[in-house]
Design a protein around this ligand. Sequence first.
Ligand code: ADP
Length: 549
Amino acid sequence: MLSTMQDVPLLISRILRHGATVHASSQVITWTDGAEPRRRSFAEIGSRTAQLAHALRDELGVREGDRVGTLMWNHAEHVETYFAAPSMGAVLHTLNLRLPPQQLAWVVNHAEDRVVLVDGSLLPLLVPLLPHLRSVEHVVVSGPGDRSGLEGVRPRVHDYEELIAGRPTAYDWPELDERRAAAMCYTSGTTGDPKGVVFSHRSVYLHSMQVNMAQSMGLTDADTSLVVVPQFHVNAWGLPHAALMTGFNLLMPDRFLQPGPLAEMIESVRPTHAAAVPTIWQGLLAELTARPRDVSTLGQVTIGGSACPPALMEAFDALGMRVCHAWGMTETSPLGTIARAPGHAVGTDEEFGYRVTQGRFPASVEARLRGPDGDTLPWDGRSAGELEVRGPWIAGAYYPGPDGEPLRPAEKFSEDGWLKTGDVGTITQEGYLALTDRAKDVIKSGGEWISSVELENALMGHPEVAEAAVVAVPDEKWGERPLATVVLKEGATADFEALRAFLAGKVARWQLPERWSVVQTVPKTSVGKFDKKVIRKQYADGDLDVTQL
Ligand code: ADP
């Protein structure tokens, strides 16, 4: 028997229409290097989004299914493109501007982007690539920047504002199939070529509702969210879509992502929420310690993308900013888990123990742990295995390119279609995930596993350590042993013996690293995570000054 309910597709255009009317006065606030940030109401965003869609269709010939690339920082025009492209039936393709140029070109060609919208300030990155971009017919430039490099190039060049000016401010958005492609994002290709994940209208819609749930980020129209996580990093964790749904203001930092400007925008615009990877928060913490500011409005901080060191959480708690730890990946849209303590633990000594885990699975994300032999492990908080997930916003395949079949490599998808995350951890009876490591970063020492994350978290709890990254290096006797690389705070005097002694008691004796190196900075990936591949290579090439204790 079928239901008697209306079959209304879950479309991004519905989120846009709602945001632009019901939350008409909410704002996208874009930070500038001028005196005042740029403020644009959701009503204006709605009108301009319609104008952009008209321009894309009528002037640039964009049709349903065409890919529209964006090479942009976080700002109002990027939000407009977020809604224009999918709502008209095209596919938004956010490009990671920190990818090496060759990989960026590979991704544009693989997705066959017809149009690229680019910030004027990012033209020095795009222009040298243009001769290699086979599918790009139009380049749309937004904001200031030297455009002289665009003279005589093959794609037609447009100015964003001139392109949309004078066009109708309403658009008859098509009733699309909710399962159609809405947006795509490539993983950063830590191993091999990047892999394309294609989100549907339905998956984005459901994911946005999850972001907005009280046990998730739970923002309302009384909030302002500082979206430090780039719009090219898994749709800025769903915040722009979620904002138009519930009306919270978006504070967009544009290209001003250094700790100084971030502290300044918190003090002057007074956001209530912010989201970013741990490395950004480490930098901000150092800035706030050196130059205290009034950051008292910032009640909630979402940290994800890599494990949040407990010491960082404590430091932010002490400043009155409550850290909420979350786990996810491009393939999970990205929200997979979020660490809010259960009601019975809130306000008790147990609460912190829940908050430092990766968090609890929401109803729509099913999870299981697989042991080394493929057996399913119990949720007992002890049995560690590879995490597999499935649900309506979890990828079931990768984008194959225009003519192929969806890609389901056996190392990423189980035979029954679950996503293999490559993350190793435990799950408690209450559904809290605690990750010990990425499968490829675990240190396999004499038949036992050492968690690199646990060592890093413990080291980053030392008052003189700014950052610490631990990787596996080959060892004749044990197979692999940990190498600890540390960035010391200014004026620090701690030596390796002292750091090792600090770790003793926090981890088992046999896990204590004997190889140590002080580095100026830990290398980071294009989305700001520790790049352990680079550290392993530095070690293999003899580029690190290593002390053996
Ligand atoms: P990439 O794989 O290129 O880094 P993603 O942004 O998709 O791109 O990264 C997803 C991975 O990041 C996860 O599989 C996991 O290893 C790691 N990760 C994300 N959030 C957390 C977290 N809170 N704790 C530990 N690891 C995390």
